[in-house]
Design a binder for this molecule. Structure first.
Ligand code: IFM
Length: 471
């Protein structure tokens, strides 16, 4: 790891004056995290953990197809088995509950619950019913994402997100799920990270379905957002007591210099990463700067679409991981200028908690109608090893502590943030990086499926126990 600045010092137990060990995770006494109504949970996603891709009538998804193609995923890994959560879900929920986590964010595999004719697949539905019922028995707050990238392959065969019809099929799927699962879901998120679905899936081909054309990216985005907008009233009608929202991954772009060109480059980075999604949702229009950055990529938008897309939300889910330092590319765009000597994770992503704080505060200024926020993902990958039955993930402990401090700072600056989900509950299939990159607070040995609670999870559990015990 090219990283001397890696600040683990506050993540290691150190002697304090009375001889006790300082807790390297516990937030300071004045942190908003001590508020009992600040939800702390963990997140996962269907294709990344479930496995059982051919069981009980599940249809193929675009990720089954994509990961089967040589060279698309590191080491040729696929989600065929993953964490075998489809069979081990009961033990996994016990583990989640044993950590004292209060919320669980999961996603539903669309190809598991609906057939190609749009009819329900009972066996798939029953899996999620059992899962959600058990979570509720455990007193867990449940956050369910309808689409975390595993589009049924039969829909991709008809154009996927380039086909407007997929948005209507998504609304049908949302209808089925909210009729079947109403009462067990506290929060519905329509989409996870439409930026990744559109840009990585259709813009540069790094993700399924692997298409690479800028015009595809913007059109796919429009249909994804339309799908979201069509689903919201359906979810409201079928499950009025629950919260409805969407999850966006946001990126911090900083300028490599004070020059106007580099400042503009950083602005454009954030336009394509954040405003591309948040402006249509919260302002009902695409940012015009986007089409200066990507000329000729305006999507086909029909009358009424933007109104559908900008229907009010109960919450906005925010996923944050890193910052990107950029400079002008000398034309209309930006280029990455990776900084030297900064702390990075196993993904090579720069650790930059201030980026999360600054973006949250900025959104609160830019969008007058910004709904309450949940941090629906935050975490990091490290090459964790089990040694004598333990995983001492010191960098993650420090990472989480610093990002939670950034969340606290944003709350103190007036942003309405209601909770935080660790990404991820357990190591899992990290998309194009397969199983090499470990994001979990629980380690998974993929040869035995043994779960080992990492030190980070132990410390989160300790904090939650202390918080619960407070008057
Ligand atoms: O693993 C992913 C997750 O599926 C979506 N958000 C980012 C995570 C880390 O890359």
């Amino acid at each position: 790891m090219a990283n001397d600045a890696f600040a683990v010092s506050d993540a290691r137990p150190s002697a304090v004056s009375n001889g006790a060990l300082a807790d390297p995770f516990s937030p300071p006494a004045d942190s908003s995290l001590w508020r009992k109504n600040f939800l702390l949970g963990a997140a996962t996603a269907s294709y990344q953990i479930e496995g059982a891709v051919n069981e009980d009538g599940r249809l193929p998804s675009i990720w089954d197809t994509f990961s089967a193609k040589p060279g698309k995923v590191l080491a040729g890994d696929t989600g065929a088995v993953a964490c075998d959560h489809y069979h081990r879900w009961e033990a996994d929920i016990e583990l989640l509950a044993s950590l004292g986590l209060e919320g669980y964010r999961l996603s539903i595999a669309w190809p598991r619950v609906m057939d190609a004719a749009g009819l329900p697949n009972r066996k798939g539905l029953d899996f999620y019913k059992r899962l959600l019922n058990r979570l509720k028995e455990k007193g867990m707050t449940t956050s369910v994402t309808l689409y975390h990238w595993d589009l049924p392959q039969h829909l991709e065969d008809r154009g996927g997100w380039l086909n407007r019809d997929t948005a209507y099929r998504f609304a049908d799927y949302a209808d089925l799920m909210s009729r079947e699962l109403a009462g067990t879901v506290d929060a519905w998120a329509t989409l996870n990270e439409p930026w990744c679905s559109a840009y990585l899936g259709y813009g540069n081909g790094h993700h399924a379905p692997g298409l690479a054309d800028g015009r595809f990216a913007t059109q796919a985005m429009h249909h994804l957002l339309l799908a979201h907008g069509l689903a919201i009233p359906v979810l409201r009608a079928n499950d009025p007591a629950s919260q409805k929202g969407i999850v966006a991954n946001i990126g911090r772009g900083t300028a490599n210099s004070d020059s106007a060109a580099d400042q503009r480059a950083a602005h454009l980075f954030e336009v394509q990463h954040n405003a591309w999604i948040l402006d249509p949702l919260l302002k009902g229009a695409y940012p015009q700067d986007l089409f200066e950055l990507w000329p000729g990529t305006e999507p086909l938008v029909l009358d009424g679409d933007m109104q559908t897309i900008s229907a009010p939300l109960d919450f906005l889910g925010i996923n944050y991981y890193f910052r990107t330092n950029v400079a002008s590319d000398g034309a209309h765009g930006f280029r990455d200028v990776p900084l030297e000597g900064v702390e990075r994770t196993q993904m090579g992503w720069e650790v930059h908690p201030d980026g999360l704080r600054d973006l949250l505060i900025g959104f609160n200024r830019t969008y007058r109608n910004l709904p309450p926020i949940y941090i629906t993902e935050n975490g990091m990958a490290s090459d964790d090893k089990v040694i004598d039955g333990h995983v001492d993930d010191t960098q993650r402990i420090s990472f989480l502590k610093r990002h939670l401090a950034a969340v606290d700072q944003a709350i103190k600056a007036g942003v309405d943030i209601r909770g935080y989900f660790l990404w991820s509950l357990m190591d899992n299939f990290e998309w194009a990086f397969g199983y090499e990159r470990r994001f979990g607070v629980v380690h998974v040995d993929y040869s035995t499926q043994k779960r080992t609670v990492k030190r980070s999870a132990e410390l989160v559990a300790k904090f939650l126990k202390e918080r619960k015990a407070q008057a």
